[in-house]
Design a protein around this ligand. Structure first.
Ligand code: SAH
Length: 250
């Protein structure tokens, strides 16, 4: 018996979610979220995924690298309970766990093997409906097997239903212009923003309340500002493309 194991990272996620704020709390909720999983190191070999294309969905086991350094506590406050009731960490999907391992079922759209002169070949899994931060390290991939993985009549405790998303998202004229300008490269950006914001990404205790703060979030390379206008309506004020810092003028 050993009391620790070493895991090898087998891939990395490219995600539109560049920061934790506003990432949906589970996969499958925001269907317009698309990303890529690049296999890395010795796992970057098409043989490892031969046959996986037959499955519509896959399990991803990953490292909560964005919160790992903050450690963990035995009790956490799930946002689902308004953020004011404590439960055992292992009774929740909190990211602050004894081992920072997450698991998500995502849609597998296609598998690509890309050849490029010097770097050789790159295996890319095109995925959607993800709830993962950009750069998330992947430690395992497994096919989603419906007959085994769907449990009929399972009890979901305090999280039986998907949280309601009853917020209407409206766009300012300026925001609409940016969407139109970028529709070629980002055809699903509007749907992504609508789906993310209809979940009300504000801290749990603000749910169903009005506040006049202007919030910012980043999706792909866009800064997006928004504000609640009524308890059930939210206005996207501005969408601005972030100019890459590496090209900054001296
Ligand atoms: N489906 C996973 C994750 C649930 S927690 C599971 O059940 O294990 C979902 C939250 O994880 C998201 O709201 C996001 O903020 C956070 N998250 C996603 N990727 C992360 C990462 N690499 N590091 C830290 N937090 C991450």
């Amino acid at each position: 018996m050993t009391d620790s194991v070493n895991l090898n990272i087998i891939g990395t996620i490219d995600s539109p979610y560049k920061e934790k704020f506003a990432i949906p709390r589970q996969p499958g909720i925001v269907t317009a979220a698309q990303g890529q999983l690049r296999l890395t190191g010795s796992a970057n070999n098409a043989e490892l995924v031969r046959g996986l294309e037959q499955f519509s969905h896959i399990w991803l086991l990953f490292i909560f690298h964005g919160t790992q350094a903050q450690g963990w506590k035995p009790l956490v406050r799930p946002p689902r309970l308004g953020g004011n009731k404590k439960l055992g960490v292992l009774a929740t999907r909190s990211t602050f766990r004894p081992n920072p391992i997450g698991m998500s079922v995502v849609k597998l759209d296609r598998i690509e093997q890309r050849f490029s002169g010097q770097q050789g070949s790159q295996v890319i899994l095109h995925i959607s409906e993800l709830d993962l931060l950009d750069g998330t390290p992947i430690v395992d991939i497994k096919p989603y097997v419906p007959y085994a993985d769907i449990v009929e009549n399972a009890h979901g405790g305090y999280a039986q239903e998907q949280p309601s998303s009853n917020i209407d998202v409206i766009f300012s004229n300026a925001a609409r212009l940016t969407l139109a300008d970028n529709i070629g490269h980002y055809p699903r950006l509007q749907s992504l923003i609508e789906q993310v914001l209809s979940q009300d990404p504000r801290p749990a205790y603000k749910k169903n309340s009005l506040d006049d703060r202007i919030y910012g979030m980043t999706l792909y390379d866009f800064n997006i500002n928004w504000q609640m206008t009524t308890i059930a309506t939210l206005n996207v004020i501005a969408i601005e493309k972030i100019i890459s810092m590496t090209k900054s003028i001296k």
